[in-house]
Design a protein around this ligand. Structure first.
Ligand code: AFP
Length: 319
């Protein structure tokens, strides 16, 4: 069992040592994510002071306005992940198409990421985060991104909150590291995260209530009748982080207007589902396990229900 306070690099190396066939490639890949997100964290902390808030005159592929911090985070990740030489391809929420870095030829992995999720919360100082999902390179083309979530080799997020935390899994449990800003190191603060089988919180944007179908309305009504607590931040990293620690259910369902919901499979739903699954929870679209979906495009959306096992089972009973 890893010691509390162990630094992330040592933790990753020790995990790797347990694999006789490991080449060190995943360690280098994860270290590139770590370095880029530390710099993003520093920029997020400086946002107000450095006058990097506010919108620039640009719309991304999702039709959303790109904010300066989004662009900065995207560029930082592209630079560090490309320079690492470990990634054959990169796909980002902020880019229409995948990119294949020159020195990534022969790279063992592809990575999909949302550089700064929840960015509409930047201006009001609410938690935001980076999400990433890593698969093995199989075919050396764009199809490598279209693998089922259950084939992820690593996934995680960094939440820029009251402290900066990196939470990740390589399929052997979930561990959380808190950034010590005085030394610039992520230190193990939440070893082997397990969410409770049953939680006391539901998290969903109830502004969409009138657009939901009847079974979902009945489920949420039942939770209210029981006095279940409602918590919704509107920043997936923050809402999932709370769900991982405290349990309960987080949902972004399909509705009358958005038939596939809002959240993106590759760099939101799938990595978060891997973490939830590894922490003992469950993630579903309401019909299928999210981790078993074979994506058909980079920016595909899916309905998401994830959280404590018993809560998801109960929800499925209603749906
Ligand atoms: P933004 O990056 O545009 O703020 O979207 C955040 C997000 O993709 C995800 O982090 C939230 O869970 C979800 O959207 C919130 O969406 P609603 O504002 O429709 O509730």
């Amino acid at each position: 069992m890893a010691q509390l306070g162990m630094d992330l690099n040592r933790f990753i190396l020790e995990e790797e040592r347990r694999h006789p066939l490991a080449t060190g490639s995943l360690t280098l890949a994860l270290t590139a994510v770590e370095t880029a997100t530390k710099i993003i964290s520093a920029n997020v902390r400086m946002a107000g002071l450095a006058n990097v808030l506010g919108k620039i005159d640009k719309v991304n592929i999702q039709g959303e306005e790109v904010q300066k911090l989004d662009e900065m985070s995207n560029n930082l990740l592209i630079q560090h992940l490309s320079d690492s030489g470990q990634f054959y391809g990169l796909a980002s929420e902020e880019l229409d198409d995948a990119i294949f870095p020159e020195n990534g030829a022969g790279g063992k992995y592809v990575i999909a990421f949302d550089p700064l999720d929840g960015s509409s919360n930047i201006d009001v100082n609410v938690n935001i985060g980076t999400i990433f999902s890593i698969h093995k390179t199989e075919k050396e083309n764009e199809e490598d991104f279209l693998q089922e979530g259950l084939r992820q080799v690593a996934a995680g997020y960094v939440v820029y909150g009251s402290s900066t935390m990196l939470v990740y899994t390589t399929g052997k449990g979930v561990n959380g590291f808190t950034l010590d800003p005085s030394v610039g190191m992520f230190l193990l603060s939440h070893p082997n995260i397990r969410l409770p089988d049953k939680g006391k919180i539901y998290s969903i944007n109830e502004g969409n209530y009138t657009k939901w179908d009847a079974p979902l309305k009945r489920y949420i009504d039942a939770l209210k009748q029981r006095g279940t607590k409602a918590r919704y931040i509107g920043s997936m990293v923050a809402d999932v982080h709370r769900t991982l620690i405290k349990g309960g259910i987080f949902a972004y369902p399909a509705d009358e207007k958005n038939k596939q919901g809002k959240l993106r499979l590759l760099y939101e739903a799938s990595p978060m589902s891997f973490l939830i699954d590894q922490a003992g929870g469950r993630a579903t679209t309401g019909k299928d396990d999210i981790l078993s979906i074979k994506p058909d495009s980079l920016h595909q959306r899916v309905p998401v229900f994830l959280g404590s096992r018993d809560d998801i089972d109960e929800l499925l009973g209603f749906l």
